[in-house]
Design a protein around this ligand. Structure first.
Ligand code: GLA
Length: 377
């Protein structure tokens, strides 16, 4: 499609979506997350053009926009995601990056949008690799993840953490990745062959940009401010313990207390879940996922009726190891770790139960953990 539209052979780059096994709303608190990249991705094709313009076409949106050059501000349009990355990269100091302009970019994706599987990060990351290759520059994965996150925070105006961009760039095939969002150090944990990632889309739309995500973030940060006023050195909920919360919780808004309870306990669960996975203790991993869902739903109030139903309906199906709502919340997908041998039957049974209970036909995908962003050979 790129060749037909733009008359030039593109170089193509792949940015995968992700599923988070555990560790929700902990990344911007400098805590722990344990995502894996999935076999749904965004492709960005790029070729040079001689008129200095930047053309961006999305096959999914069925729309092309042509810009005179790098834009300084958002236009509240889907092109903000790629343009944000282009703007951040071209604002950097190196001579190569100052040459960013004059190219055609075409985008195609099979990451379901607004489903909590990081279609935004996949788009940012694929764009970043494409643009950097055109000007002959490159960055280590963790640094590029930060730049893509900045594009989303500053240009798009969505206050996300580092998890999605980081895993899209740095994932390893067949592994989950425990990320310390404070210093971006990480540990890879192999996902055993007998375990499938079954992703169940509630079909309820999720979004980071508006509404509840920033509200929850503010509520949890308000709790942290109360603890910080008593305990020097505390900057993020990562620095707080459940004992701190009990000690000063009465000074907090009740909602803030509950949000912080989720974040602090979720950090502990996430580190424990990685240990369980490394030991092959699937029972413990499943238990932690169930606890994480309860905490996300009850204390963080980050779930919705449909996602709670999807988790509950999975509970007694053969082969289930653990299930929870994944991603930013208020809709989107659940992640089910399921015995591979039962995965197909599990997916079918869960879909039928969910449709019967909610009247919504879900999309259920049996996925595997994929490698990180790369150039398509
Ligand atoms: C979204 C954000 C991430 C993270 C999750 C919640 O996916 O983009 O940074 O905060 O929500 O864990």
């Amino acid at each position: 499609m790129h060749r037909e539209r733009f008359g030039a052979e593109p170089e193509i780059f792949v940015g995968p979506g992700r599923v988070n096994l555990i560790g929700e709303h902990t990344d911007y608190a400098e805590g722990f997350v344990m995502p894996a990249a999935i076999n749904f991705s965004t492709l960005a094709g790029i070729s040079q053009r001689s008129d200095g313009k930047i053309a961006i076409y999305s096959e999914n949106q069925g729309e092309e926009r042509v810009f005179d050059g790098v834009q300084a501000a958002r236009s509240n349009h889907w092109t903000d995601y790629p343009m944000g990355v282009i703007a951040i990269l071209s604002s950097l100091a190196s001579e190569e990056e100052r040459k960013i302009s004059g190219f055609s970019l075409s985008i195609w994706s099979d990451v379901p949008m607004s489903s909590g599987l990081s279609s935004s990060a996949a788009l940012e990351v694929a764009t970043a690799l494409a643009v950097l290759s055109l000007v002959g520059a490159s960055y280590p994965g963790p640094k590029l993840a930060r730049l893509c996150q900045r594009a989303e925070n500053e240009f798009v105006g969505a206050n996300c953490g580092i998890m999605d961009q980081f895993i899209s760039l740095n994932a390893e095939k067949d592994h989950a990745l425990l990320l310390d969002c404070r210093d971006l150090s990480f540990k890879l944990a192999p996902i055993p062959d007998h375990v499938a990632l079954v992703i169940a889309n509630t079909m309820v739309k999720h979004s980071v940009a508006g509404g509840d995500y920033p509200t929850r973030r503010r509520e949890s940060e308000a709790a942290c401010a109360v603890i910080a006023s008593h305990k020097p050195g505390v900057k993020f909920l990562r620095d707080c313990t459940l004992a701190d919360l009990e000690k000063w919780g009465s000074e907090m808004e009740p909602k803030s207390y509950l949000r912080a309870k989720h974040v602090i306990s979720e950090n502990l669960r996430t580190v424990a879940a990685c240990e369980a996975l490394l030991k092959g203790d699937m029972k413990e991993l499943g238990r932690l996922m169930a606890e994480a869902h309860q905490s996300y739903s009850r204390d963080f109030e980050g779930s919705c009726v449909e996602a709670d139903a999807m988790v509950a309906l999975a509970a007694d199906l053969p082969g289930l190891i653990g299930a929870r709502l994944t991603g930013g919340g208020f809709g989107g997908c659940t992640i089910n770790l399921v015995e591979q041998s039962e995965a197909a039957a599990f997916a079918e049974a869960l879909g039928a139960r969910y449709a019967e209970q909610t009247g919504i036909v879900p999309q259920i995908h049996v996925c595997h953990a994929s490698g990180g962003a790369h150039r398509l050979e």
